[in-house]
Design a protein around this ligand. Structure first.
Ligand code: GL4
Length: 799
């Protein structure tokens, strides 16, 4: 099929690119070079680059349609995409053309590039993982679609007022989003509330889901896939003209406003559920629109429902889209007329579920009453699925009532709630954790009963990150050095080739170049002394991640510095980045205390140059791409058994930062690969931590027996940091849920080893190079290869 429809091919010379830019400025942006603003230039550039991807998308679509393949559908409530311009320039091969053309037309390329806004459609690691997987799927030519919600307001903008976190709305698309293609024709109607009568579910409220899509190009290949994002739209009927005519303006639009609220905001909490009906509505909205779309796409080429699992595998990114299971049952049974068993067999062969947590409080449950009111038919279906499940449990484990109670989709006490994780395990053919340790702990604890009954359902797929974004785009200097060291840039599509850097760790000239790149990245970050060790802790704020442990170490260093400034050792800059959920008071107190400690240290002349704490606000992908290349030390210090995987740990190791960490999440695999001698290990392991938590843990005994720890906490309690942080210190002494005090001494000792290692710059650089060289496994291309092999079983289609 010739899809160019007689169109002239898009140019690849500077003159042609300039022509395209000019034509788009005139005919699509509707302005002229003389009167264009920087914003006009930015939007026009985006269109010009998007056109190139769109042409590839058309060719990809034709090839995919022709081969009627098995599609990978990724359902996710979050995508943390990061800035689009740089990526799309790189992936369309216009990185050099674009600035030259802009300049030729009289625009300032840097000013134009600065207008690129990062869509903040995710919270943290889970949403960023989704973006990396889609990048890799396209790069590996796998037919795939990501489905999500197009929130008007993304994750909040963080600022600090008197050191405290303040949240402002992130109206990221307020200028419009030039990367997006609206597709209003593919609207779907979504029902809520109502009742189930003899004729089936009669919703009490309907809204429309209107999609737009963002192109997801592969690197070094023709393939361009896409993400389809749904936006809630009021139906025509929801505007009340009679009320409007009667002057009741607010009432006239009331229903419409409520409908559109569904895609208004991304919930800014990570790992805990907000328990609000609007969130449940969002989840059903995503699922309902996406399944209709998937079915519409299935019907292009297929007619027989039995073929559905061969043509679609639907990955549930955590429990947020789990309602897809009862929704597909409803569509198949109520709308398509399949019998229950046929439908259940299709569902069970189609869905797979990724669990991203070990925190019990992060396993979503919804009140039965709420779910039944919002989705009465789905609750009936969930009950029937539960009957089948519990029947199987009873026949496999006769008389084991406790097991029946634990495995039920319905929790009875203290209030009846639907357990979404149990539903997700029951309605899928594969359940995976996101790192080896995490997957083991899932089958040993969280899903132990299910793993006993269905051992074949459980597998591991260790997370990964895109080397294109987190090495090539974030760190162009180091990327060139890697390419020259390896003599090829093929590592960008096969990260295992980084192993070829290992011998270069022994080459002093290469080491010197490696250090130069680190220093350059630090200087670009604007950090005063590029000779200071840059110690980085960038991630969401959560007590289990233990930013408070890092803080106790900083206070200890400060105390040492004050007591003997001459013997301090190595200058350090500690950098924090991250947001706390707005309602998470304890995490916000930790942020406040970090800023207070930073201010006290900055104001104390004794520390000058030796110890600095910096905390740039509003950590996001854009900022991550600047910090990661500069980092020397990567803080991965969660209480063992709590961090499912982590992906920042991988990004930092790939950029030559050395990890100080516990045996938690993917740290375990990083250490296995880079070698214990190139990793600073400390603290309790998951077994030790669980045992200590299970006994009567006494945080005070650590405080009483360790003078440095005592001094650090006493200083906070005495108000040494502007009177801030009393609650943080008190909670560590009273409860210390995440064993901060138990791990303190081991952590501080490991940090002393860090300082000693830093003093030998040649040794440090060797360690740094070996971290990068041995981290090729952590490419999201490998992650996708594992998903394909263990779960998805889809094959490439090349345009
Ligand atoms: C998370 C985990 O906390 C994190 O360890 C993991 O790397 C990430 C992607 O698998 O998923 N789960 C939630 S919730 N947020 C995360 O970042």
């Amino acid at each position: 099929m010739d899809l160019r429809n007689g169109l002239r091919p898009l140019g690849s010379t500077p003159a042609e690119f300039e022509q395209d830019l000019l034509s788009n400025l005139y005919y699509r942006r509707g302005t002229t070079v003389e009167s264009a603003s920087a914003q006009d230039a930015y939007e026009t550039l985006a269109l010009t680059v998007r056109d190139r991807l769109a042409a590839r998308r058309a060719r990809t679509a034709a090839a995919q349609y022709d081969s009627n393949p098995r599609w990978v559908y990724y359902l996710s409530a979050e995508y943390l995409l990061g800035p689009q311009l740089d990526q799309n320039l790189l992936y369309s091969g216009t990185t050099d053309l674009a600035p030259a053309a802009l300049k030729a037309l009289g625009f300032d390329p840097a000013e134009v590039a600065a207008l690129d806004v990062e869509p903040g459609l995710g919270n943290g690691g889970l949403g960023r993982l989704a973006a990396c997987l889609l990048d890799s799927l396209a790069t590996m030519d796998i037919p795939a679609v990501g489905y999500g919600i197009r929130y008007d307001l993304g994750i909040f903008k963080q600022s600090f007022e008197n050191g405290e976190q303040v949240e402002k709305p992130d109206d990221w698309a307020f200028q419009g989003d030039p990367w997006e293609f609206p597709a209003p024709d593919d609207r779907n109607r979504v029902g809520f509330y109502g009742h189930v009568g003899p004729e089936g579910w009669v919703p009490g409220e309907v809204i429309d889901g209107e999609p737009s899509h963002l192109l997801v190009p592969g690197y070094g290949t023709e393939t361009v896939n896409f993400i389809r994002l749904w936006r809630a739209r009021a139906t025509e009927a929801s505007f009340d003209l009679s009320r409007f005519s009667a002057g009741q303006y607010a009432e006239a639009v009331d229903q419409a406003v409520r409908a559109e609220n569904i895609s208004k905001v991304l919930y800014p909490d990570d790992s805990t559920e907000s328990g609000r009906e609007l969130r449940l509505k969002q989840q059903y909205f995503l699922v309902s629109c996406s399944l209709r779309d998937i079915i519409r796409r299935f019907r292009f080429r297929n007619h027989d429902w039995a073929e559905f699992p061969a043509k679609a595998v639907i990955q549930l990114n955590d429990t947020h889209p789990t309602l897809a299971i009862p929704e597909l049952m409803r569509l198949l049974v109520d709308e398509e007329g399949l019998d229950w068993d046929q439908a259940w067999s299709i569902v069970r062969q189609t869905f797979a579920y990724t669990c991203h947590t070990l925190l019990p409080e992060a396993l979503e449950t919804w009140p039965v009453a709420m779910l039944g009111r919002l989705l009465p038919r789905h609750l009936e279906i969930i009950y029937r699925i539960n009957d089948g499940l519990l029947g199987e449990v009873r026949s496999r484990f006769p008389g084991d009532l406790d097991r029946v109670r634990r495995m039920s989709l319905i929790q009875e006490e203290p209030e009846r709630r639907v357990r979404m994780a149990n539903l997700a395990v029951t309605g899928t053919f594969a359940v995976n954790g996101v790192a080896e340790l995490h997957s083991q702990l899932l089958t040993a604890t969280t899903f132990h009963d299910f793993a006993t009954m269905w051992p074949d359902r459980f597998r591991n797929v260790t997370n990964g990150v895109s080397p294109r974004r987190f090495v090539r785009l974030a760190n162009p200097g180091l990327s060139s050095l890697i390419t020259s060291g390896l003599g090829t840039d093929a590592w960008l599509r096969d990260l295992s080739l980084l192993a070829g850097l290992a011998p270069l760790a022994g080459d002093s000239a290469f080491r010197a170049q490696w250090r130069t790149e680190k220093r350059r990245a630090k200087a670009a970050l604007g950090l005063g002394d590029p000779g200071a060790l840059l110690d980085v802790m960038i991630k969401r704020f959560h007590e289990y991640k233990r930013q408070q442990l890092k803080l106790l170490h900083i206070i200890t260093l400060y105390h040492r510095l004050k007591s003997d400034p001459g013997r301090f050792g190595v200058p350090r800059t500690v950098l924090f980045g991250g947001k706390a959920a707005p309602a998470y008071t304890a995490a916000k107190s930790i942020i406040h205390l970090i800023n207070a400690v930073a201010a006290t240290i900055a104001a104390d002349p004794v520390t000058s140059g030796q110890l600095r704490v910096v905390f740039p606000p509003n950590y996001n992908v854009t900022l991550a791409e600047k910090i990661i290349p500069a980092a020397d030390l990567s803080e991965q210090i969660s209480m063992a058994g709590k961090e499912a995987s982590g992906t920042g740990n991988m990004k930092l190791a790939l950029n030559g930062a050395i990890t100080i960490g516990t045996l938690d999440g993917a740290n375990v695999e990083i250490r296995d690969r880079v070698g214990g001698e190139n990793f600073f290990l400390f603290g309790l392991d998951a077994t030790g931590a669980a045992a200590l938590r299970g006994s009567s843990y006494q945080p005070r005994s650590y405080y009483d027996s360790d003078p440095e720890l005592k001094a650090a906490l006493d200083a906070v309690l005495a108000g040494a940091f502007g009177g801030v942080g009393h609650d943080v210190a008190q909670s560590l002494l009273d409860r210390d849920e995440y064993l901060t005090l138990a791990d303190y001494r081991s952590y501080v000792d490991a940090q002393d080893e860090v300082s000693a290692a830093w003093q030998d710059q040649e040794r440090w650089t060797r360690m740094s190079i070996l971290n990068a060289a041995n981290s090729g496994f952590f490419s999201s291309d490998r992650t996708v290869a594992d998903y394909l092999d263990r779960i998805w079983r889809a094959t490439p289609v090349r345009p």
